[in-house]
Write a protein that binds this ligand. Structure first.
Ligand code: ZN
Length: 333
C-alpha cells in the first residue's frame, strides 16, 4: 500500500529578518483508505491553542437547568418505546442512555457518562466511564437492530463542548441507526477488511504512526489527518458496533480513555469521535476516529476553516508521528 505524500515549496521575503528570502513549505498527504487530501503546515504560532476557558467556571454557569443532571434527567429526557427496549432507558454502571430529542438519525440516542458528572474534564476520563457509556450505545444499537432491521447503518459518536458541536455542556455520547449511511460511512464501507488489514500491516511495518495493538483493536495516528491529532482504531472481526462483545467494548473504552487523557495533556478539552463500519456481514471493518477541536476561549480560532468545511481538506500544524510517539507511552505496559 502506497502512502502518498508531496512537499511543495514557496518563498516569502521575511519581515522578521530584514525581508530576506525565506523558503516555505507545505506537505500534502492523501488518506490511503478513502483518498481525501490533508495538508501539514508549519506556522509560527500553533493553530490549535492549548489554553482555553476555565471548565469549572463554565460548569457552574451551565449546571442550573441542565437536563442531564441527576435532579432532572429522569423526568425531562424521553424514554425508548417498549418495542425497542422494555425499560425505556439503558444503564451500565454510572452511564445512562435515552432517546435524543433531535432526530439526527432515524433512531437517535444520547448517553451520559453519569448524571452526577456535569463536569468531566478529559483528564478524568477513565476506562470504566468510557466503556460503560460505550456499552449503553452498543446495547441501544442491538435493541434497534432487533426491532427495526432496516436501520442497519449504526454509529457511536461524541461531541464534547460547544466547539465540537455539542449544545449541552454535560458530557455525553450520541448513537444512531439509520437505513442510510453518512457520506464517510459509505466511503469507508467500500474499504474491504483485507484493505484495512493491509493498511495496518503497512503502518505497523513503518512504525512511526502505529501506536499499539490491544488485542482485537489496533490503534494508530492517521497518516493524512482529517483534523487535529486524529487517532484511528480498527476492530478485527466486526463491521457493525452491534457486533461488539463486552471484552471488545472494554478494550475500546480503555484505549479511548487513554487518548482522551493524552488530549488533556496536550492542552485540549473539546473533541469529536465517530465509531462506525457498515451493517453486520458487510466486508469491511468497524473503525474509530477521534480528533481534537478548538478550546473554548474569548476569541478562539475554530479548527475548521474554509479548507475543512468547503474543500474537505484538513490543514493541521501537528505531527501524526509525534502524536503516535506520545500515545505509545500511554499504551505501553
Ligand atoms: Zn448536567
Amino acid at each position: 500500500m502506497e502512502l502518498r505524500r508531496q512537499t511543495h515549496t514557496g518563498e516569502i521575503l521575511d519581515p522578521l529578518h530584514g525581508f530576506e528570502p525565506l523558503r516555505t513549505s507545505v506537505e500534502v498527504r492523501w488518506d490511503p483508505l478513502v483518498g481525501y487530501a490533508s495538508r501539514l503546515v508549519r506556522g509560527r504560532a500553533p493553530l490549535l491553542s492549548p489554553t482555553g476557558a476555565d471548565l469549572a467556571e463554565l460548569a457552574a454557569r451551565t449546571r442550573e437547568g441542565c437536563p442531564f443532571c441527576t435532579e432532572r434527567v429522569m423526568t425531562v429526557t424521553p424514554r425508548l418505546p417498549v418495542r425497542v427496549h422494555p425499560s425505556g432507558r439503558i444503564r451500565r454502571g454510572e452511564a445512562l442512555l435515552f432517546p435524543n430529542v433531535l432526530t439526527y438519525w432515524q433512531h437517535s440516542a444520547v448517553s451520559i457518562y453519569s448524571p452526577e458528572r456535569h463536569l468531566l474534564p478529559l483528564d478524568e476520563m477513565d476506562a470504566t466511564l468510557v466503556s460503560d457509556n460505550l456499552g449503553t450505545q452498543v446495547d441501544f444499537i442491538r435493541a434497534v437492530a432487533a426491532s427495526d432491521p432496516a436501520a442497519s447503518w449504526a454509529s457511536i459518536n461524541a461531541n464534547q463542548l460547544p466547539p465540537s458541536g455539542s449544545s449541552l455542556f454535560h458530557p455525553h455520547l450520541q448513537g444512531g441507526a439509520d437505513p442510510q449511511p453518512s457520506t464517510l460511512q459509505a466511503l469507508f464501507a467500500e474499504v474491504t477488511a483485507e484493505r484495512f488489514e493491509e493498511y495496518l500491516r503497512t503502518e505497523r511495518r513503518i512504525g512511526e504512526r502505529f501506536i499499539a495493538s490491544t488485542g482485537r483493536v489496533r490503534w494508530l495516528a492517521s497518516f493524512a489527518p482529517i483534523g487535529f491529532h486524529e487517532v484511528r482504531a480498527v476492530v478485527a472481526g466486526a463491521a457493525s458496533p452491534a457486533q461488539l462483545d463486552d471484552p471488545a467494548v472494554g478494550e475500546l473504552g480503555w484505549g479511548i480513555a487513554a487518548i482522551l487523557n493524552l488530549y488533556a495533556e496536550l492542552g485540549h478539552q473539546s473533541f469529536n469521535m465517530a465509531l462506525f463500519g457498515a451493517p453486520a456481514g458487510h466486508d469491511t471493518l468497524l473503525n474509530l476516529r477521534m480528533v481534537c477541536r478548538s478550546n473554548l476561549g474569548d476569541a478562539y480560532r475554530s479548527d475548521v476553516m474554509y479548507s475543512e468545511r468547503l474543500h474537505w481538506q484538513a490543514m493541521v500544524d501537528t505531527s501524526p508521528e509525534e502524536l503516535a510517539e506520545r500515545a505509545r507511552a500511554r499504551f505501553a505496559g
